[in-house]
Design a protein around this ligand. Structure first.
Ligand SMILES: [Zn+2]
Length: 194
């Protein structure tokens, strides 16, 4: 098989995906959701007989109840929007991150980091902005097409510079903008006003 149409073209190679798995191991972040995390969340949401064994777990359970929901119909775990159910975001486990980023990035016609991140963060929970950037830098289409290349990213990455300062800025911004972790119970949640 030597000929493929543009649509069938693999935009993230298997070596990109395995590099990303290594990147996840090297850069753990509790805003991502592992399979185990997901099972625990679903257990809290669907098992009425599960009892918290400590004050900490009690707070955690309340936080999970407020933050996540289990959609029985679609069998999806979602991060619940406070005001509008239509804005619920699907929870993505870390093993699914490359697939989701690929779908969104293909769907938007290889738009840049900002546009792709915006779409990803609107519809999905558990993916970091830095994950999107890591993967888009290795998109086969964007790398080989200068007009699709985000400004100051792929071009400079392909030359000799090991550190991309723009990417570092993005990493910092990510920390400020993203939701808090499901596991970090904020202080004001510990004593809810009656
Ligand atoms: Zn691309």
């Amino acid at each position: 098989m030597t000929s493929t149409s543009l649509n069938d073209l693999v935009i993230l190679t298997s070596s990109t995906k395995s590099a990303f798995l290594q990147y996840l191991r090297d850069n753990p972040n509790n805003r991502r959701v592992s399979q185990t995390d997901k099972e625990i969340l679903i257990d809290w949401l669907t098992n009425p007989h599960k009892r918290p064994s400590s004050q900490k777990e009690f707070s955690r359970r309340n936080y999970v109840w407020k933050t996540f929901a289990w959609d029985e119909k679609t069998r999806n775990l979602v991060a619940a929007a406070k005001t509008n159910e239509a804005k619920n975001r699907m929870v993505i486990t870390d093993d699914m991150i490359p697939d989701i980023v690929e779908i969104v990035h293909k769907g938007n016609g290889h738009a840049g980091w900002d546009a792709t991140w915006k779409e990803v963060s609107t519809s999905y929970y558990g993916i970091l902005r830095s994950d999107v950037i890591f993967l888009l830098k290795q998109c086969q289409i964007c790398v080989s097409n200068p007009s699709k290349r985000p400004k100051g990213s792929a071009a400079t990455m392909l030359s000799s510079q090991p550190v991309d300062h723009e990417a570092l800025d993005f990493l910092n911004a990510d920390d400020m903008q993203y939701d808090m972790s499901a596991w970090d119970v904020p202080d004001n949640e510990k004593h809810p006003s009656e």
